[in-house]
Design a binder for this molecule. Structure first.
Ligand code: SAH
Length: 270
């Protein structure tokens, strides 16, 4: 915050060329990193999935059926959700909740995002104008966490770079992703606010943490024809909204989507 009383520009890059914001109404707030105690209370109310380990594909199919019933439409996203073993990305003690639509703790105060929110954000990326059906192209993910979303992205993207600022989580994701053998996925330890110039430009940029602005580096590293989906502090500082930015030859067109609740986008590494 500056002490001058003037608000810093939300888009340091080419601010004057941004198209007007379009608002789309959606009732419920998506809370991918919902507080852990709420998730625990939910889990107590519901029956744990049975047969996990022996039949994780079956449990996953049931999760996908619920997400489909709740409005997730992209078959490519649903197929990815059906194939990535989410239970492999959570601690053993939480495995029974792995296929609930809930966030779960992964250590260091961070969480694995809710499947419905991950699905919704990837669906939005895929809906960018002019995309090859079901394909994300070159992808940048900010906030690897334990690597669950990175696994989904690597199934739908040509090359994926995923950045995490917390070293223990970066290492954890590397270990958890290894068995999936995703040769097109690169994990980077660093501050995602600066993006990752060596692999830019990206057709898809997705952030799992939200700040007060969209970093200029993300907008610069977005390819012409590409789309960015990221949480951002809402105008007036009231909560967060999902921002969708499309880059054309001449401008960055941004749209405000539903309210969301992500962990904060922090600066630097730790
Ligand atoms: N993608 C994860 C969600 C992880 S939660 C999933 O699949 O469930 C969000 C993550 O963003 C946290 O691990 C947090 O450490 C990370 N993060 C926050 N600010 C960051 C930054 N500037 N650069 C990289 N990672 C960041």
């Amino acid at each position: 915050m500056s002490g001058s009383g003037q608000r810093p520009p939300k888009f340091p890059l080419a601010l004057d060329r941004l198209a007007p914001v379009v608002r789309t109404a959606r009732a419920a707030t998506l809370r991918p990193q919902r507080p852990v105690h709420e998730a625990a209370a939910d889990a107590q109310r519901r029956a744990a999935p049975t047969g996990l380990g022996l039949d994780s594909a079956g449990v996953r199919e049931r999760m996908v059926a619920r997400l489909r019933a709740d409005g997730l439409r992209s078959e490519a996203v649903l197929a990815a959700l059906a194939s990535v073993p989410r239970h492999a990305f959570v601690d053993t003690a939480l495995i029974a909740q792995a296929y609930e639509d809930t966030s779960l703790p992964i250590g260091l105060g961070q969480t694995i995002s809710k499947p419905s929110v991950v699905g919704r954000m990837i669906e939005l990326l895929l809906a960018a104008p002019g995309r090859a059906p079901g394909r994300l192209g070159r992808v940048l993910e900010v906030g690897t966490g334990c690597g669950y979303q990175a696994a989904l992205l690597s199934q739908l993207g040509d090359q994926v770079v995923s950045i995490e600022r917390l070293k223990p989580l970066h290492d954890k994701a590397r270990t958890l992703l290894a068995p999936l053998r995703r040769n097109n996925l690169r994990l980077v330890y660093g501050d995602g606010r600066v993006g990752h110039p060596p692999n830019a430009p990206y057709d898809s940029i997705i952030a799992a943490a939200g700040g007060g602005d969209l970093p200029a580096a993300w907008l610069e590293q977005l390819a012409v024809g590409g789309r960015l989906v990221a949480p951002m502090q809402a105008a007036g500082g009231r909560g967060q909204v999902l921002m969708v930015v499309d880059r054309t030859e001449s401008e960055w067109i941004r749209k405000v989507h539903e309210a969301v609740h992500f962990v904060p986008l922090k600066s630097g590494v730790a």
